[in-house]
Design a protein around this ligand. Structure first.
Ligand code: MN
Length: 204
């Protein structure tokens, strides 16, 4: 399996100044996904999908939707390390992406029809090249079929995240569920939690 590069991710960050993870390796049986709500200079959601040992990542300004008619712009950004899936806390002022990060949703996924993690990730990588990635998400908030479609004519990194028709479709605004899927905390509570403020004596 090709190991995708985290060079861009590392270039943008100073790991003696931010608590964000540097690497990590999957030991799980299933490929994972995570959606992080990120209160940075502009509030957005980061949709991340494990493939080839890293997290393929998209910034979704409006967040995911459970309505099939919503086509949510998803700007592809640099790959993130696997351990980023657990990152919830504060990126200190002056650092890239400074602000509060919440694990808004997490779970595992399969490409429809895939029988294994390897097969599933192969299909995702083929989808990345083709410009259409089909997924079945098994999260706390997001469930069922989704598709990421590369848009033509816009910026090169512009995709759309769309819910596919199935029994999980819902008219309710998914982003109204605004607590951490991991710790049940609000963005405000995460920001206030002094225990999550990072100290510079972290082991490398
Ligand atoms: Mn972000």
């Amino acid at each position: 399996m090709t190991v995708m590069s985290l060079a861009k991710y590392k270039q943008k960050r100073k790991f003696d100044k931010t608590p964000e993870p540097v690497g990590g390796k999957s030991k799980a049986k299933f490929s994972i996904f995570v959606v992080q709500k990120h209160d940075a200079s502009r509030l957005h959601y980061d949709f991340r999908l494990e493939a080839g040992g890293v997290l393929k990542s998209w910034a979704v300004p409006k967040g995911p939707s459970m309505k099939t008619e919503d086509k949510r712009l998803a700007m592809m950004v640099e790959d993130h390390p696997y351990d980023y899936k657990d990152f919830e806390g504060m990126i200190p002022k002056g650092n890239y992406g400074a602000g509060t990060v919440m694990v808004w949703d997490f779970g595992n996924y399969l490409a429809p029809g895939a029988k294994s993690k390897i097969e599933s990730e192969k299909m995702v990588k083929a989808g990345l090249r083709k410009g259409e990635i089909k997924l079945v998400l098994n999260g706390k908030k997001l469930r069922g079929g989704f598709v990421l479609v590369h848009t033509k004519g816009q910026a090169d990194n512009a995709w759309l995240l769309i819910k596919e028709k199935d029994e999980f479709v819902s008219k309710a605004d998914a982003t109204k569920q605004d607590k951490s899927a991991k710790t049940k905390r609000s963005l405000g509570q995460i920001a206030k939690a002094e225990d999550k403020i990072w100290h510079s004596n972290r082991k490398k």
